[in-house]
Design a protein around this ligand. Structure first.
Ligand code: ZN
Ligand code: MN
Length: 468
């Protein structure tokens, strides 16, 4: 069945000192309601002032998403009554967003696919609601923390260009990688990236899934909706046009309310805030200061370091790994560095849920380990083991190899081979009679005995040498 999916993504901009319209710090603190001023919560007489740093960050984001800019921008009030918004409206952009008609390319099934960005605009985050004792329908009571009020958000809206939950996953990975390169958001911040998804099956109406706060959950929630809507249709029932909430604990969506139209909100121009001109020269200045983005870096890695495309793709997807690679490639053959960084190192870091920058490892350590590997002082298998131990123990490879006896130097291969041949006379006879399998068996026995300190090729050679 054909599916159509569109996304609305809220990104918390975290690289500014202060919030969007006041001088409260833009950060996360434990103590609730400790960083909110009269402006954050819209007390009478308070007056918002625009933080230019936020505008610059957002212009950078819109440029990275290949958006067009209007000549000027302004803010509007989206009027609605809710406990997370004590002033009764959210300051946002409606009529004229900061950026329009952007584009991101993803690679799906080996093919490039364009996802159109409808618009990207700035708005303030409302407060945070905490339901105690269950979800919204079951909570005993609800708390609200206004620390988040006024934190700058960038809302990114896509066209319904996605044909599957997998494409959505690829897009979000690409988007978060771009944001990471720009340094505008902090993935570890709670709610740093919140996704709402619109999904419809062919011929059906649109259902909106609200507030999916974890990256992995977006794909799961969409898959769930496809099954749910599909079953309704099969059973001869109608899919309702509605808003549903994702329940991440139960992994289901639940009906929240029938969907309101954007036009049902009252939007009015916010006269407290100035119009801001976005002339070309100003945008050019910001564009020129922008860091290299993942796509550009991918092309450079393939061109300058001759990395295979798959390897380059895997490394540039994380800014952190790309930086590491460039460091390591100064000290060792870049292709070797690429293979190990995109392979075993990435796997080990992912396993521990760590970024390289949080791992306690140093680029020089990777260089020295790979140098030892290249010089034949450690086997493939034990170099992998060394990486694992380095991540666990945060120690230099030399120390790790000594402690866990992973190097080849300590090994007297010939005497181990002799011992194994003595113990396995039958296999030896079989091999002499021409059974190739018996040799594999003997190699395996020696490998076990040496706990991976020697590789299969070397062992084979050592056995054959002894048999001469
Ligand atoms: Zn404030
Ligand atoms: Mn919004």
């Amino acid at each position: 069945m054909k599916v159509k999916i569109g996304l609305e993504i809220h990104v918390a901009i975290s690289n500014t000192k202060t919030k969007l319209f006041c001088s409260c710090p833009n950060k996360v603190v434990k103590e609730p309601n400790s960083i909110c001023c009269p402006t954050c919560i819209g007390l009478p007489g308070s007056k918002p002032r625009v933080n230019r740093e936020v505008i610059n960050s957002a212009i950078g984001m819109a440029s990275a998403l290949n958006c067009r800019f209007p000549g000027e921008m302004f803010f509007s009030r989206k009027v609605y009554e809710y406990v997370d918004l004590p002033k009764g409206y959210q300051v946002t952009q409606y009529e004229l967003p900061l950026g329009r008609e952007g584009l991101i390319q993803i690679k799906s099934d080996g093919k490039l696919k364009k996802i159109r960005i409808t618009r990207i605009h700035l708005e303030e985050d409302p407060g945070k609601i905490i339901h105690v004792g269950g979800d919204i329908t079951r909570a005993k009571y609800t708390l609200v923390d206004y620390n988040r009020s006024g934190v700058p958000l960038c809302e990114i809206v896509t066209e319904p260009d996605f044909k599957s939950p997998e494409e959505v996953r690829l897009f979000l990975a690409k988007l978060s990688s771009i944001l990471d390169y720009l340094g505008v958001y902090d993935a570890s911040r709670e709610g740093a990236l919140r996704v709402d998804a619109n999904i419809s099956l062919e011929g059906g109406v649109r259902v909106e899934i609200k507030n999916i706060t974890s990256f992995k959950d977006v794909e799961t929630a969409l898959k769930y909706e496809i099954v749910r809507q599909g079953n309704l249709v099969k059973g001869g029932k109608k899919v309702e046009r509605e808003t549903r909430a994702w329940n991440s604990a139960l992994k289901v969506t639940k009906s929240l309310r029938t969907k309101e139209e954007e036009s049902e909100y009252g939007y009015i121009y916010d006269g407290d805030l100035p119009k801001i001109s976005l002339d070309r020269s100003k945008i050019e200045v910001i564009k020129n200061k922008m860091p290299e983005l993942p796509d550009q870096r991918f092309r450079r890695f393939v061109r300058d370091y001759h990395l295979p495309e798959k390897v380059a793709e895997s490394i540039v997807s994380e800014w952190d790994l790309a930086e590491l690679f460039e460091q390591v490639a100064k000290g060792i053959d870049p292709r070797l560095a690429g293979t190990w960084i995109s392979g075993y190192l990435k796997k080990t870091l992912n396993w521990h849920g760590l970024m390289f920058r949080e791992s306690g490892l140093k680029p020089e350590w990777i260089v020295s380990l790979l140098k030892m590997f290249k010089a034949g002082k450690i086997t493939d298998r034990n170099a992998e083991m060394a990486i694992r131990r380095m991540v666990e123990e945060k120690r230099k490879p030399e120390g790790i190899i000594r402690k866990h006896n992973l190097g080849k130097a300590a090994l007297d291969l010939d005497s181990v081979v002799k011992k194994v041949l003595d113990k396995n006379k039958q296999a030896l006879e079989d091999y002499k009679k021409g059974e190739e399998k018996a040799l594999h068996f003997l190699v395996g026995q020696v490998m076990r005995e040496t706990r991976g300190q020697a590789d299969a090729g070397e062992i084979r050679k050592a056995i054959l040498k002894l048999l001469k």
